[in-house]
Write a protein that binds this ligand. Structure first.
Ligand code: ATP
Length: 376
C-alpha cells in the first residue's frame, strides 16, 4: 500500500519558488495499478522522484505500508528505497552484464549469498518469462525483453510497491502489451501496489484500475477507470476513450450521444430504445469495449420526434446516458437498413465504428541512471 498525503514539492525560494506538486493526495491499494497521466511539465517526473525518494518532498508524506518515508534519515532512506521497486523508461541495464547479472545487482548490494542470489535470479527470470535468455547481454534482447529484465531487477528485493515511470514509453505496441500484461500478472499474483506514471492514455486503458490526471502539479480528476469511462461528464473518461467519428443523422433526425453508465445495458438497447420511443433509431457510430472485465461504450444515434426528456428518461431506464450533441461530420453515405427481429420498429444502422484494441504511442526521453539508484 502506498499513500501520498498532501505531497508538495517546491523548487527554489522566495520570488523564484515554483510549486511543482501541490498537495497531492491518493492511495494505491495492494493489488491495484494506479496510473498518473499528464502532459509534459505536469510534474510526473517530480512525482516519481519524490515517491522513490530521490527528491525530498517540501511538505506532506509518502507512506509505504504505514511507514512515513518522508521522515527518515539519509541512511534509513537508502534502506527504504529498496522497498520500492522502480522501473524506468529506459531499461537502465548495464550493457556489459548479462540479464541474470543485471537482475542480481540489487541482491549483491545487500550482500545476499551467491547461492541464494542464483536461486532468486532464476525465479525472477522465470517470473518475467526470460529463463532462456539468462546469459544474453542487453544488446541481444528486444526492447520489451530488456524492460522485462528491468522489472525482474526491480522485484529482486521483494518490494510491495512498484513504481513504473514511463515504463512503456518508447516501446512498440506489441512490447507495450507484453509489459502491461506482465504488470497485471504481478499485481494479481504478488498483490503489488503499482504506481504507473505515463503520458500515454492508451496504455492507461490497457493497464490501470484507477487513474489520476496531473496538470500543473494538481490532480484535476481521478477515479476508477471504469467509472470515469461510464461518466459522460468526465473529461478524463473522454480522453481515455475518445468518441470515434460517427455518421451524420438524416435531415429530420437529431443526433444524440449515448453512453453506457451501468454494467446492465442490454445488448439490444437500440431496438428497445426505438420501441420505448415508438420511433426509428439510427445507429450512427458505436464503440463498445471490455475494459478490465467491464463493458463500457458509447454511441451516436439519430432520432426523430419525441420530447428530449422522453429520450433522456428512456435511455436512463436502459442504463444509458443520452445527451444532445453537435452534429458530427459525415464519414460515409453507405446505409444498411435492417428489420429488428423482436419488434416491428425499424432500426436503421448506417455505421458501426469498430472498437479499437488499446495500442500505444511512443516517445523517448532519457531515464534515470539505475547504477546511481542501487549504489546510493
Ligand atoms: N530541479 C528543478 N528546479 C526547478 N524547476 C524544476 C526542477 N525540476 C522540474 N522543474 C519544473 O517542474 C515542472 C514539472 O517538471 P516534470 O519534469 O516533473 O514534469 P513532467 O510531467 O515529468 O514532464 P515531461 O513529461 O515533459 O517529462 C516543470 O515546469 C519543470 O520546469
Amino acid at each position: 500500500m502506498i499513500t501520498l498525503e498532501k505531497l508538495t514539492k517546491v523548487y527554489g525560494h522566495g520570488d523564484t519558488a515554483v510549486t511543482v506538486l501541490d498537495n497531492l493526495d491518493f492511495s494505491v491499494a495492494p493489488g491495484e495499478i494506479f496510473a498518473v497521466v499528464g502532459p509534459s511539465g505536469a510534474g510526473k517526473s517530480t512525482l516519481a522522484q519524490c515517491v522513490n525518494l530521490l527528491e525530498r518532498p517540501t511538505s506532506g508524506s509518502v507512506v509505504v505500508n504505514g511507514e512515513n518515508l518522508s521522515q527518515l534519515s539519509e541512511a534509513q532512506l537508502r534502506a527504504a528505497r529498496r522497498r520500492i521497486g522502480t522501473v524506468f523508461q529506459s531499461d537502465g541495464l548495464f550493457s556489459r552484464r548479462t540479464a541474470a547479472e543485471n537482475i542480481a545487482l540489487p541482491l549483491g548490494y545487500l550482500g545476499v549469498t551467491r547461492r541464494d542470489s542464483k536461486k532468486r535470479v532464476a525465479e525472477l527470470l522465470d517470473r518475467v518469462g526470460l529463463s532462456a535468455r539468462a546469459d544474453y547481454f542487453p544488446h541481444q534482447l528486444s526492447g520489451g525483453q530488456r524492460q522485462r529484465v528491468g522489472i525482474a531487477r526491480a522485484l529482486a528485493l521483494k518490494p510491495t510497491v512498484l513504481l513504473a515511470d514511463e515504463a512503456t514509453s518508447g516501446l512498440d505496441p506489441e512490447s507495450t502489451t507484453s509489459i502491461t500484461s506482465l504488470l497485471k500478472e504481478l499485481r494479481d499474483d504478488l498483490g503489488l501496489s503499482i504506481l504507473f506514471i505515463t503520458h500515454e492514455m492508451q496504455t492507461v486503458l490497457q493497464v490501470a484500475d484507477s487513474v489520476a490526471r496531473l496538470d500543473h502539479g494538481h490532480i484535476v480528476e481521478s477515479g476508477r477507470v471504469v467509472d470515469l469511462l461510464r461518466d459522460p461528464a468526465s473529461d478524463l473518461g473522454k480522453a481515455l476513450n475518445p468518441a470515434k467519428p460517427a455518421l451524420e443523422a438524416a435531415v429530420d433526425e437529431t443526433t444524440w450521444f449515448v453512453s453506457y453508465t451501468s454494467a446492465g445495458v442490454p445488448a439490444d438497447w437500440v431496438t428497445r430504445l426505438s420501441t420505448e420511443l415508438s420511433t426509428p433509431v439510427s445507429l450512427l457510430g458505436a464503440s463498445i469495449e471490455t475494459i478490465n472485465g467491464a463493458i463500457v461504450g458509447h454511441a451516436s444515434v439519430g432520432l426523430r420526434a419525441s420530447s428530449q426528456q422522453a429520450v433522456v428518461d428512456a435511455a436512463r431506464r436502459l442504463g444509458l446516458d443520452a445527451r444532445l450533441t453537435p452534429a458530427e461530420s459525415p464519414v460515409s453515405q453507405a446505409e444498411v437498413r435492417v428489420e429488428t427481429p423482436a419488434h416491428d420498429t425499424e432500426v436503421s444502422i448506417r455505421s458501426s465504428a469498430a472498437s479499437q484494441p488499446a495500442g500505444s504511442s511512443s516517445a523517448a526521453t532519457n531515464a534515470a541512471d539505475s547504477e546511481k539508484e542501487f549504489a546510493a
